[in-house]
Design a binder for this molecule. Structure first.
Ligand code: SF4
Ligand code: SF4
Length: 152
C-alpha cells in the first residue's frame, strides 16, 4: 500500500532530500541568536542579539549560501549534528522530527504560508538587536527567557 504520510513523518532526518531538508526550517531565526553557555552547568542562555547576517525584517540569513565562510561560527545543521545540539529550541522542526514530535500548526509546511511562524510569535521577528549595536563582551546583559531549550 502507498505511504501517504508526509515526508517529515515517514522519513528520518538522514533520509531527507536536500529540498525536504531545507523546507523543514520554519524560518524562526532563533538559532541565529547569540547564546552563552555556563561552563560549569552546561546550561545554555539565549540572548536577543542577532548574528550580523540575520535580516530582522524577514528572520532569514542574508547570505545563506556562503554563511559559514562569512560567519565561521555559523553551524551548518546536519542529521548527525541535530541530536547533539542541545541549544536547538524546542520549536525547531529538526529537533522535533528527531524527537519524533509533531510539527506545530504554524509550521509553513502545514500552513502553506511562510508568515505563520511570525503570526504565531514563534520567530524572532521584532525581538532582536543587531550584534553591531553592542559590545559582545556585554552579552550577559541581553539574556532572554522566551526560548525554550533542553537544558541539563
Ligand atoms: S531554529 Fe531550527 S527551524 Fe528555526 S531557523 Fe534555526 S534551523 Fe530553522
Ligand atoms: S550566518 Fe546566517 S544562518 Fe548563520 S547564524 Fe548568521 S544569520 Fe544565521
Amino acid at each position: 500500500m502507498e505511504n501517504k504520510s508526509p515526508f517529515w513523518i515517514s522519513k528520518k532526518l538522514d533520509e531527507l532530500t536536500l529540498e525536504e531538508w531545507e523546507s523543514l526550517c520554519d524560518g524562526c531565526g532563533i538559532c541565529c541568536l547569540y547564546k552563552l553557555e555556563d561552563e560549569e552547568t552546561r546550561e545554555i542562555y539565549y540572548t536577543n542579539v542577532a548574528c550580523r547576517l540575520l535580516d530582522p525584517k524577514t528572520c532569514r540569513c542574508t547570505n545563506y549560501e556562503h554563511r559559514t565562510e562569512v560567519v565561521p561560527t555559523c553551524l551548518r545543521l546536519t542529521p548527525e549534528l541535530t541530536p547533539q545540539l542541545k541549544w536547538l529550541p524546542e520549536t525547531c522542526a529538526y529537533r522535533r522530527i528527531w524527537e519524533r514530535k509533531p510539527l506545530f500548526g504554524w509550521h509553513p509546511l502545514l500552513s502553506k504560508n511562510p508568515d505563520t511562524v511570525h503570526l504565531a510569535h514563534a520567530s524572532v521577528l521584532g525581538k532582536t538587536i543587531p550584534e553591531i549595536s553592542i559590545n559582545l563582551n556585554d552579552l550577559e546583559e541581553f539574556i532572554i527567557d522566551w526560548v525554550e531549550v533542553n537544558n541539563p
